[in-house]
Design a protein around this ligand. Structure first.
Ligand code: PLP
Length: 392
């Protein structure tokens, strides 16, 4: 990969600015096609994608399994809602439940991470008849009313007159604070086992196991938000399995369908018990295209042996990429934070000039890596080389 300067503003940027609300900062590249881990831009550059479109491109680009599943299902049946049974939906739900931690036996299929969390919170209130939720400092759970209410510092953009329920934020990895915050009115504790937006902060097996115990004792439910860290990204199906801790509810989305909008909520029999027609609902969730792709993603992870590869290459990144401006590496699997000696924004920009797409995070000194699970050794070597050429 050759060194190329960051291009001027792409035409698509100017065209978007004419018609869309100006709510996103743009990286100055316009990808037009991709293959494997590489995206090709309109101005002819080839970039190694270590960010995966916010963790969504789980299998990279043009993956044969995704193309076959999407094409095949589109030919057969493009859409039908949840008002009719579909074999592909039943198969996707079974695959997901079997992929998830033992004990979470039922799925509800939705369209996004926020929608999955919204429904997880709704079920927690229904199940416990309680009114407060504990979330952690640094958390990100989405932008809908309930999900944003449990998102740290969402007050800056919340946009609704008030939150729909009471929330207590506890410092992360602080068991004493969690114990103190719990009380008879707490319906649920919601955590990202590896906090993504915060900069790939691993809460660790010990904290999560203790949180499991504390919530059980307090009669509150434990929700794992694995929207970003789930679907193989930790090198295990979910962080729940990586840490050996089973929550009462687990949400996932992002890469679940390799880039097609989809999300899911997995729950225990106990939480699912008593639910009846109309208690939850969604139009597009569980649509046939999404379901065919969920199946294809799980097939790829399981049949192509991607989980051990993630663990192995994650180790390789840790061993070889602590160079140049990288002072330390945190996180798990392919949800990694490079702790940098200079502002992460500048380093992400410099990496782009060297053909590497990476991301920032909520921590101004953490570069976030969320590469596709199909990453190879040569890509890690290219990243290490690029980082070593960046001024410390
Ligand atoms: C941990 C986590 N939860 C929830 C969400 C919200 O997901 P979505 O944008 O699909 O609604 C995100 C998105 O970044 C996330 O990282």
């Amino acid at each position: 990969m050759t060194d190329t300067a960051v291009a001027p503003t792409p035409q698509a940027d100017l065209d978007e600015a004419r018609w869309l609300l100006p709510v996103y900062a743009h990286t100055p590249v316009e990808p037009v096609w991709g293959e494997g881990v590489t995206v090709h831009t309109r101005d002819g550059r080839a970039l190694l994608d270590f960010y995966g479109g916010h963790a969504v491109a789980l299998l990279g680009y043009r993956h044969p399994r995704l193309l076959a599943a999407l094409g095949g299902q589109a030919e057969e049946l493009f859409f039908q809602s949840n008002s009719v049974p579909l074999a592909v939906r039943a198969r996707a739900a079974e695959r997901l439940v079997r992929f998830g931690p033992a004990g979470l036996s039922r799925a509800f299929l939705v369209n996004s991470g926020a929608e999955a969390n919204e429904n997880a919170l709704r079920l927690a209130f229904r199940h416990t008849h309680r009114s407060r939720v504990i979330a952690l400092e640094g958390s990100f759970h989405g932008r809908t009313a309930g999900a944003a209410a449990v998102t740290w510092k969402s007050q800056g953009w919340y946009g609704f007159p008030r939150t729909p329920f009471d929330v207590t934020f506890a410092p992360r990895k602080d068991l004493q604070a969690l114990r103190a915050a719990l009380g008879p009115d707490v319906a649920a504790v919601i955590v990202e086992p590896v906090q993504g937006m915060a900069g790939a902060i691993d809460l660790g097996a010990e904290y999560l196991a203790a949180a499991r115990e504390l919530t059980r004792e307090a009669g509150a439910l434990l929700i794992f938000d694995e929207v970003q860290c789930g679907m193989g990204r930790t090198g295990h199906p979910f962080a729940a399995q990586a840490y050996g801790v089973t929550p009462d509810l687990l949400t996932t989305a992002k890469g679940i369908a390799g880039g097609f909008p989809a999300g899911a909520l997995l729950v225990t029999d106990e939480v699912g018990q008593g639910l009846k027609t109309g208690d939850l609902g969604t139009t597009f969730g569980g649509g046939p295209l999404a379901c065919a792709l969920i199946e294809a993603v799980i097939d790829a992870i399981e049949e192509d042996g991607l989980l051990p590869r993630v663990r192995q290459l994650s180790r390789l990144i840790r061993e070889t990429c602590q160079v140049g401006p990288v002072a330390g590496i945190q996180g798990e699997g392919f949800l990694l934070g490079l702790r940098t000696t200079r502002p992460a924004r500048a380093i992400v920009d410099e990496l782009l000039t060297k053909g590497i797409l990476a991301g920032t995070s909520g921590d101004p000194n953490v570069v976030r890596l969320l590469p596709p699970l199909v990453l190879e050794e040569a890509h890690v070597a290219a990243l290490a080389r690029a980082l070593s050429e960046v001024r410390p």
